[in-house]
Design a protein around this ligand. Structure first.
Ligand SMILES: C[S@@+](CC[C@H](N)C(=O)[O-])C[C@H]1O[C@@H](n2cnc3c(N)ncnc32)[C@H](O)[C@@H]1O
Length: 257
């Protein structure tokens, strides 16, 4: 808790608003993407699914492939999973804003859980193709049975471990947007990013959740901002954005969100 508070103060002191940003790419991100108004209809669909999950007393047996919840055991009530897994509304809106702004044709989410992130991706860019991957079969089954939006041929739920899913991808398959919200261990997340390398193009937007979840994730995020694989990094406190953009100079920004 103390670590997070210290981090937040550091973030706030470093973070720039749009006037302090001289990079065209990051200025556009700040000025157009972050300032986008999320329609009330989308917020209300998200909130009512969240409310529905928060009331669900059903218990399922969860196989947790990630770092696991710091608070829950293997038998979990849906309402308890909902409490810790989905992003707070501010960051759920961020997912909406990014996909609405960049209109990625092909999106990948690693870590479906109850589908709250998937929902924002679908609402933000309904025509985009979404692949969302979840290792726990019981969690995924619940989500597929209760996902409130009309399912179409562009929305694909996959029950697999991340590394198996990535290994099975066509080597030429590229994603325009990737949301990584699964294994919150720095080393594992780094290895997932490495295996995704051939599925990125220069403008692929990678959104990473919980970059300050632990000291380990914090160190990992820092190393990514210094990695030559991503010339653009944007720190938004809870989440971080990486974009290869090899044709431009390296830019690491901390942006007030
Ligand atoms: C924090 S939750 C995802 C939340 C979701 N993106 C949302 O916005 O509601 C993380 C999920 O990733 C899954 N997961 C973690 N590591 C995994 C792995 N290596 N392979 C497959 N699934 C994994 C967990 O089972 C868990 O359901």
């Amino acid at each position: 808790m103390m670590r997070l508070m210290r981090e937040y103060i550091n973030y706030w002191l470093k973070a720039k608003n749009r006037h302090g940003v001289h990079s065209p790419y990051v200025y556009d991100f700040n000025d157009k993407c972050l300032r986008l108004q999320v329609p009330e209809k989308a917020i209300s669909s998200y909130s009512s699914y969240r409310k529905q999950l928060n009331r669900e007393n059903l218990t399922i047996k969860v196989s947790d492939f990630g770092a696991g919840s710091k608070k829950l055991g293997a038998d979990r009530k849906i309402k308890d999973i909902a409490r810790v897994s989905g992003s707070p509304i501010k960051y759920a809106k961020l997912i909406y804003k990014i996909v609405n702004h960049y209109k990625p044709n092909k999106m990948l989410e690693l870590g479906t859980s109850l589908g709250l992130g998937t929902m924002m991706m679908k609402l933000g860019h309904p025509k985009g193709e979404i692949h969302t991957v979840e290792g726990c079969p019981q969690t995924l089954q619940y989500t597929m049975d209760h996902f409130p939006l009309t399912r179409d041929e562009n929305l694909h739920f996959h029950n697999a471990r991340f590394d198996d899913f990535i290994e099975r991808l066509d080597p030429n398959e590229k994603f325009d947007f990737i949301f990584i919200d699964g294994d919150h261990r720095g080393e594992r997340t780094q290895s997932i990013l490495m295996s995704l390398k051939r599925h990125l193009h220069d403008e692929t937007v990678i959104l990473l959740d919980d970059i300050r979840w632990s000291f380990d994730m914090q160190t990992f995020w820092k190393s990514m901002t210094q990695s030559e694989n991503y010339n653009v990094s944007i720190d938004l406190f809870k989440m971080g954005v990486l974009v290869p953009r090899h044709h431009q100079a390296t830019e690491n920004f901390v942006i007030r969100y």
